[in-house]
Write a protein that binds this ligand. Structure first.
Ligand SMILES: Nc1ncnc2c1ncn2[C@@H]1O[C@H](COP(=O)(O)OP(=O)(O)OP(=O)(O)O)[C@@H](O)[C@H]1O
Ligand SMILES: [Mg+2]
Length: 299
C-alpha cells in the first residue's frame, strides 16, 4: 500500500510587493508525494515551482510571504504535521533530518571558503550529534556512495577545485547524510552538461531506490523526467494545470500547455532550426496542426 509522505492541500502563496500590493505566486494547488515515489514538478520559468518547494521547507522570507489558504502536511514518525504551523525550532528538527533539498546552482550552495569535506562533516555533526572523527568516516563513505573519485582527496578540496558535476555530488552527499524521508531537488542538473546531467540523474534514481525516500523533482525540461519520475505535475502561472502518471503525460497529455511543453523539447529539431517556445503554440491556433504533427513524431 502507498504511504503518503507529503500532502499539499489548496496551497496559495502571495508576496507583498514594494508598493504594498500582493502578488500571487502559487494559486490553490494540491498534490501528494508518497514514500518511495518520485514526483516531477514541471513548468516554465516563473510558474511557481521553486516557491512551492521553498514553502515546504518554510524558506521564503517571512516578512514578505503570506499563505492565505492551504496546508502542507508532512507525515513522519507516525504523526502528521502542518509545516505552515510549526515554529523555527520545530522546523529545524525537520530540515535536513527529514526533508532535504538540493538546489540548482552548486557553486552558490556550497561555502567557497570551507573544504567540501568539512561542509559535509559539519552537517553530520550538527544533525547526528557525532564526533568529528565519526562524521569524517561517514563523509568518506558518502563520497564513495555518490561516486566521487578518490574521496579522501576530495575531502580536502575547496568547491572551486571541483567540476560542476563533482560539486553537485558533494551536495547530494550532504542532502542524503541524514537519510531524509523526502528529498526536494530544484533543477539539480540544469547547470550541468548533458552527459554529467545523465550521470547525476542516474545517481539520484539509484539512491532513491535504495533508500525508498520520496523525491520532489523540479525541472522545466520534460525530457529528463521521463526516466526518473513516477508522476508529473504541470504548473503554469502559479496554477497546477495537469497531474498524471509519467506514462499518461507522455502518451496522452490533456492540456494544450502540456502538449506544447512536450513539443518544445529541443531534441526534436534539427540543428540550425529556430526552436519554438510554448507561447508559439498557445497563442497561435494555426499551430495546432503542427503540434499534432510533432506529437505524432514523438509517440
Ligand atoms: N522572494 C520573492 N519575492 C517576490 N516574488 C517572488 C519571490 N520569489 C519568487 N517570486 C515570484 O513568484 C513567482 C514564481 O517564482 P518561482 O521562483 O517559483 O518560479 P519557478 O517556476 O521556480 O521558475 P524558474 O524555472 O525560473 O526557477 C514569480 O513570479 C516570481 O517573480
Ligand atoms: Mg525555480
Amino acid at each position: 500500500m502507498q504511504q503518503t509522505l507529503l500532502e499539499i492541500k489548496n496551497l496559495s502563496v502571495n508576496f507583498l510587493t514594494i508598493n504594498g500590493t500582493t502578488q500571487n505566486a502559487v494559486n490553490n494547488i494540491s498534490f501528494t508525494i508518497n514514500r518511495n515515489e518520485v514526483v516531477a514538478v514541471v513548468g516554465e520559468s516563473g510558474s511557481g515551482k521553486s516557491v512551492t518547494a521553498l514553502s515546504i521547507l518554510q524558506l521564503l522570507p517571512k516578512q514578505i510571504v503570506n499563505y492565505p489558504n492551504g496546508e502542507i502536511n508532512f507525515y513522519f514518525n507516525n504523526q502528521k504535521q502542518n509545516l505552515l504551523q510549526l515554529n523555527t525550532k520545530q522546523l529545524q528538527q525537520i530540515r535536513g533530518n527529514h526533508i532535504a533539498m538540493i538546489f540548482q546552482e552548486p557553486m552558490t550552495s556550497l561555502n567557497p571558503v570551507i573544504t567540501c569535506g568539512n561542509q559535509v562533516i559539519e552537517a553530520i555533526m550538527l544533525h547526528k550529534k557525532l564526533t568529528y572523527k565519526e562524521a569524517k568516516r561517514q563523509t568518506i563513505e558518502l563520497f564513495e556512495k555518490v561516486k566521487l573519485p578518490n574521496p579522501s582527496n576530495i575531502l580536502k578540496k575547496y568547491p572551486h577545485q571541483l567540476s560542476g558535476g563533482q560539486k553537485q555530488r558533494v551536495l547530494i552527499a550532504m542532502a542524503i547524510c541524514c537519510q531524509p524521508d523526502l528529498l526536494i531537488c530544484d533543477e539539480p542538473t540544469t547547470a550541468l552538461d548533458v552527459t554529467v546531467q545523465k550521470e547525476i540523474l542516474n545517481l539520484l534514481k539509484e539512491l532513491q531506490q535504495e533508500t525508498k525516500m520520496g523525491v520532489m523533482f523540479i525541472t522545466h525540461d520534460l525530457g529528463i523526467v521521463a526516466q526518473v519520475a513516477d508522476k508529473i505535475i504541470v504548473m503554469y502561472k502559479g496554477n497546477m494545470i495537469e497531474e498524471n502518471s509519467t506514462q499518461q503525460i507522455f502518451s496522452a497529455p490533456q492540456q494544450p500547455y502540456t502538449k506544447a511543453l512536450l513539443a518544445c523539447r529541443p531534441a526534436l529539431y534539427s540543428k540550425g532550426t529556430k526552436l519554438p517556445v510554448v507561447s508559439d503554440f498557445l497563442n497561435n491556433p494555426q499551430c495546432t496542426p503542427l503540434l499534432h504533427k510533432i506529437l505524432k513524431q514523438i509517440f
